[in-house]
Design a protein around this ligand. Structure first.
Ligand code: SAM
Length: 247
């Protein structure tokens, strides 16, 4: 087993272990902010998108964003949910989304090398799926996103970030680096898997590298901070006349 925290097999095993507690842990440890940020991520997609659209949810996890997506686009044809963790897919299908199973297509794959067709998605989104990519992987991911989107298609990506410059940042860091790992050790039998998510977030910093990578891949991009930079997002579209940069 590799110790490289950016190796896809390491990441898949980590999220397989996190699956059972992921939903509750992420909601409680963020004081509910993850739910608000998922809603904000979906709200950045223009509502006049073709309502018979095909959506792709990259790093979909247990599909926490789908209720928001289906509320904004009630007639979506399908959501293709791509995730590298087998257990995240199983949990999503069996426990959480049985009532909308006919609208979801599951793809267990690495987002950096997936064989999703080119010009496939009208809408592409990802909530909290960027932090486990280092900068060179983010560049590849941006090229994949540019390839998968239809010309004119829209994307929206949001990630927890390090709010550099915020006066309350020292408290935020103590909470992320000390309090959360302690709670995890006490309540999840000594585990430190969710603490790893804190490490990824610190290394990720914010969406600025992703913004540049998406622009270099030929997309139109806007960058936004959420709650003093505790999350950042990039959203935009693939221009109609677009030359794909090869991954
Ligand atoms: C923090 S969870 C986010 C899940 C969900 N989108 C949400 O809003 O809660 C990150 C997800 O990204 C997936 N992931 C990480 N690296 C990946 C990769 N290279 N390809 C596909 N999925 C990946 C993990 O398995 C995990 O389910």
């Amino acid at each position: 087993m590799t110790n490289d925290i950016y190796d896809p097999t390491y990441v898949a095993a980590l999220f397989d272990r996190c699956t059972n507690n992921y939903r509750n842990w992420s909601a409680v440890s963020s004081f509910g902010f993850v739910r608000r940020w998922r809603r904000e991520c979906v709200a950045m997609l223009p509502v006049n998108t073709n309502q018979d659209a095909v959506a792709v949810d990259l790093m979909a996890g247990t599909g926490e964003v789908w209720p928001h997506l289906l509320k904004r686009f009630p007639t979506l044809r399908t959501i293709t949910a791509l995730d590298i963790s087998h257990k995240m897919h199983v949990d999503a299908v069996e426990r959480l989304h049985a009532n909308r199973a006919d609208r979801i297509t599951h793809l267990e794959a690495n987002a950096l090398t997936s064989d999703l067709p080119s010009d496939y998605a009208d809408i592409l989104l990802s909530t909290f799926g960027l932090k486990t990519f280092d900068q060179s992987q983010q560049t590849i991911l941006a090229q994949q996103i540019a390839r998968i989107l239809k010309p004119g298609g829209h994307f929206s990506l949001i990630e927890a970030s390090d709010p550099k410059g915020w006066p309350l940042r020292p408290f935020y860091r103590i909470y992320m680096d000390n309090v959360l790992p302690l709670i995890e050790r006490l309540f999840l039998k000594g585990a430190n898997d969710f603490s790893m998510i804190g490490t990824y977030t610190r290394n990720f910093v914010n969406c600025t590298h992703m913004k540049k990578s998406l622009e270099d891949a030929g997309l139109e991009v806007s960058y936004q901070k959420h709650f003093f930079g505790c999350a950042t997002s990039v959203s935009g579209k693939k221009p109609i006349a677009h030359n794909v940069v090869a991954p």
